[in-house]
Design a protein around this ligand. Structure first.
Ligand SMILES: Nc1ncnc2c1ncn2[C@@H]1O[C@H](COP(=O)(O)OP(=O)(O)OP(=O)(O)O)[C@@H](O)[C@H]1O
Ligand SMILES: [Mg+2]
Length: 339
């Protein structure tokens, strides 16, 4: 059974002519212990979706079940308790400026009625967990963005949630700080066995730490699957756009006027295929000359990922055989002819 199960979720803001359908029937399942990413352009409905998971926003139709319980059917008190099993972090950190780091982390504990001694011990533990013990007495204005988000994470974890919801948690941070916060989320996910839902408009965040991804456009999920799969074989134009942002401009050389002499091939591979000498292999086996126009090697979580743009030159029948051989070589490889 999935830990989070979303069925036919709809949310409409406003009414009449001004009505905005933010969610148009979203179905999603998030398994226990996974890091699930939701990526989409601004206005796609990502924040609305995540706010419907903890019922900060009440859906107009559909259900959200967490651990088998329909959140939409809970009464006020039950809902408050259920929300405690979900921590949330935000782009703007949402810290109380009048409270120190420790004071911010203790806030949800006090609200849940924990006694003073227990609060103090727990706050210390949480600040240790996020690597911020030395900043317990600092106010938000005295902390960097990355440190503020660490406080946000500690606060979100205060009541031992099973689920961590992250809405653009790294969008206000520079790339290096983003990497350190993502590493922290990944580390605590493993240590605490959390289930994490990450909302972002950055594909890099998805490839860094997510296991599965859903791509949203205009209130709907348009594509979904394991990150490596969606990344190597993006089907929807929006997904392709996001993949391109990570691969940088694959067609850079072409745009600058390069005229291919042979077949223009885009080859994407994951896993062991990345480490194999495919350009050497096709040259040797088929007597063709692959000109590498662009190469990109990276990681999707722990899986190696590679992308090549080749101008495969040679006799047409050999080029055809070489392309077919490349396409059949591995189940995880995408071979696309661009010209
Ligand atoms: N409280 C609200 N009242 C009216 N319209 C809203 C409200 N919240 C969201 N919307 C609208 O719903 C749509 C989805 O918004 P949402 O904030 O979920 O998008 P998003 O994918 O999170 O975008 P971003 O990447 O910019 O954060 C948008 O058209 C937005 O204007
Ligand atoms: Mg948003």
């Amino acid at each position: 059974m999935p830990l989070i199960e979303i069925k036919g979720l709809r949310k409409i803001f406003g009414n009449g002519m001004g009505a905005v359908e933010a969610l148009r029937g979203v179905d999603l399942e998030v398994a226990e212990g996974e890091i699930f990413g939701v990526v989409g352009l601004s206005g796609a409905g990502k924040s609305t979706l995540v706010r419907c998971i903890n019922l900060l926003e009440r859906p107009d139709a559909g259900t959200v079940s967490v651990a088998g319980r329909d959140m939409t059917s809970l009464s006020g008190r039950e809902l408050r308790l259920a929300r405690r099993s979900m921590g949330m972090i935000f782009q703007s950190f949402n810290l109380l400026s009048s409270r120190t780091a420790a004071g911010n982390v203790s806030f949800p504990l006090e609200a849940a009625g924990a006694d003073r001694v227990a609060v103090r011990t727990r706050v210390q533990e949480l600040l240790d967990l996020v690597g911020l013990s030395d900043k317990a007495g600092s106010y938000p204005s005295q902390l960097s963005g990355g440190q503020k988000q660490r406080v946000g994470i500690a606060r979100a974890l205060a009541n031992d949630p099973r689920i961590l919801l992250c809405d653009e948690a790294t969008s206000a941070l520079d790339p290096q700080t983003t990497a350190s916060i993502l590493a922290l989320i990944s580390d605590i996910q493993r240590r605490l066995g959390l289930t994490v839902v990450i909302i972002t408009h950055e594909m890099k965040v998805i490839t860094e730490i997510c296991d599965r991804v859903a791509v949203m456009e205009d209130g709907s999920v348009v594509e979904e699957g394991p990150v490596a799969e969606v990344f190597t074989r993006p089907r929807h134009p929006v997904t392709r756009g996001f993949v391109e942002t990570v691969l940088k401009s694959e067609s850079g050389l072409l745009e600058s006027g390069y005229a291919p002499k042979g077949r223009l091939l885009r080859v994407r591979m994951t896993g062991d295929a990345v480490q194999s000498p495919i350009t050497g292999d096709v040259a040797r086996l088929f007597g063709v000359s692959p000109v590498i126009l662009q190469a990109h090697v990276d990681r999707i979580k722990e899986t190696p990922f590679g992308s090549l743009l080749l101008d495969l030159q040679g006799p047409p029948d050999k080029v055809e055989q070489a392309s077919a051989w490349l396409a059949e070589r591995s189940g995880t490889m995408l071979v696309e002819t661009l010209n």
